[in-house]
Design a protein around this ligand. Structure first.
Ligand code: SAH
Ligand code: SF4
Ligand code: F3S
Length: 453
């Protein structure tokens, strides 16, 4: 069995890994570390002692890429001081920009999300004159047999990638180009990984995919034994009632009643759905190729709330997509009010080269209008989040303790099943314990609670 924690060994050459982007990238970095540990490397948190420096990158918006270009400039300084250090850019930006990254002459390795198994070889073959690149996308790669080496500090909560790639072509989105076509991972390997995490003290797993509702495993031998997402959720939930199960991301067009009812059947499947709406305007949704309407979306919200009234609901919103009018923007605000989201990730539209939107629609909402609309969306969400938290005052929650509060070392924090962050007095409890708390006050971001047991 492979190690699930970083190996400590001073004799090994060191790799330093920086991670940008989504939860999937966090988990991919753990896969990368597993592969590199097997080939003799050890992780370091000190960039100065690393012989290999990797940045696992994100392309989702232009500012994510600009940050990496800035970072590459800083890596150049490392290189000026230490001739033999190897700089690798991996992940979505590697896949999107390919050899353009090598033109900087700072980068030695470019490796896309499906080529991590080749990293040891790429590192072996690098010389100052021969940078190495592997950006092949795969129809099959799921890294199913690789045990990620967990880099988190607490040992409580872990990510498990259940599928890779994406078959939706939302017109604004770069992910299908950087991560390729959708493929689902063998459910047995998922359940085994979750059980092993539980045996190692972890108490929460988050199942990850760009569109988890389209997870479908077809048994390669007996094609009649398919496993869909609802069935997978149930298989993981049955490992132990003490293991919390979360998942992300659901797509509004695909989230099924079967998933909603499966959640309701198991207390340890957390009452939280991240359901990105993107816009409340049907004209925008159509242009975004989201394949649902605002009415359909609100119908799904009603279904979720009727089956699980206590279910947390969060979303993603894009402000200022191509051709967005003031009325389209008002439709988004109205939908937010009606859905009463508990929290949201909110962005200005950023045109991504090569996407359908970049080819078909001018990015014509002026930057200052995008900013003003985004600010309005953020202000509204702050109010909705505060109202949602205020409704929880006086209620009791089971919280899984994840860490010590940053503000006060006598306090701990954790999350409710509905994914709200709770802060409460430590009173001798430990990270990884479950406690029951009562919410006594709140901000828009946090519930402040007292211990009940
Ligand atoms: N697979 C997930 C989303 C992954 S990307 C889903 O379909 O819901 C995370 C979020 O980034 C998206 O939900 C969207 O809100 C935002 N995003 C994606 N592309 C963007 C772009 N070009 N500009 C601004 N925001 C974008
Ligand atoms: Fe991008 Fe759409 Fe796929 Fe999400 S579902 S990753 S937004 S293409
Ligand atoms: Fe994730 Fe960014 Fe890639 S959001 S899938 S790391 S483009």
């Amino acid at each position: 069995m492979s190690d699930i924690r970083p190996i400590k060994d001073d004799r090994r050459p060191k790799v330093y890994i920086e991670t940008y982007g989504c939860q999937m990238n966090v988990n991919d970095s753990e896969v990368i570390l597993s592969i590199l540990q097997d080939s003799g490397y050890a992780l370091t948190e000190d960039i100065e002692e690393a012989s290999v420096i990797l940045a696992n990158t994100c392309s989702i918006r232009d500012n994510a890429e600009q940050r990496i270009w800035g970072r590459i400039e800083q890596f150049r300084l490392q290189k000026n001081r230490r001739e033999n250090v190897i700089i690798g850019i991996v992940g979505c930006m590697a896949e999107r920009l390919k050899d353009k990254l090598l033109d900087s002459r700072t980068v030695d390795i470019v490796a896309g999300p499906d080529s991590y198994r080749s990293l040891p070889e790429l590192i072996r073959n690098v010389t100052p004159e021969t940078p190495q690149m592997n950006v092949l996308l795969s129809q099959e790669e799921t890294y199913a047999d690789i045990t990620p080496v967990r880099m988190d500090k607490n040992g409580v909560s872990a990510y498990i990638t259940i599928m890779r790639g994406c078959n939706n072509v939302c017109s604004y989105c770069v992910v299908p180009y950087t991560r390729g076509t959708e493929r689902s991972r063998d459910p047995e390997t998922i359940v085994r990984e979750a059980a092993e995490l539980f045996d190692n003290g972890y108490r929460e797993v988050s199942l990850l995919g760009q569109n988890v509702d389209s997870y479908l495993w077809k048994d390669p031998v007996t094609a009649d034994r398919n496993v869909n997402f609802a069935q997978l959720l149930e298989m993981v939930a049955r490992i132990s009632p003490e293991l919390r199960v979360r998942f992300s991301t659901s797509h509004p067009k695909d989230i099924s009643d079967e998933v909603i009812y499966t959640m309701a059947m198991y207390d340890n499947i957390c009452r939280h759905i991240h359901l990105p709406v993107q816009s409340g305007s049907n004209a925008m949704l159509e242009k975004m190729r989201r394949k649902y309407t605002a009415e359909w979306y609100l119908g799904r919200v009603r279904k979720i709330r009727s089956v699980m009234p206590d279910c947390g609901l969060t979303t993603d919103i894009i402000a200022g997509f191509c051709g967005e009018t003031e009325q389209d923007h008002r439709d988004t605000l109205a939908l937010m009010e009606e859905a009463a989201f508990d929290a949201a990730f909110m962005f200005q539209y950023s045109e991504r080269p090569g996407t359908l939107a970049a080819r078909k629609y001018p990015d014509d909402v002026p930057p200052e209008v995008k900013t003003a609309r985004l600010n309005e969306i953020i202000a509204l969400q702050n109010r909705l989040s505060r109202e949602s938290n205020e409704k929880d005052l006086g209620k009791t929650f089971k919280v899984l303790i994840e860490g010590v509060s940053k503000r006060n070392s006598d306090e701990l924090f954790g999350r409710t099943s509905s994914n709200k962050v709770c802060v409460f007095p430590a009173a001798g409890h430990n990270i990884g314990d479950y406690v029951t708390v009562e919410a006594v006050s709140c901000t828009s971001a946090t519930l402040i609670a007292k211990l009940i047991q």
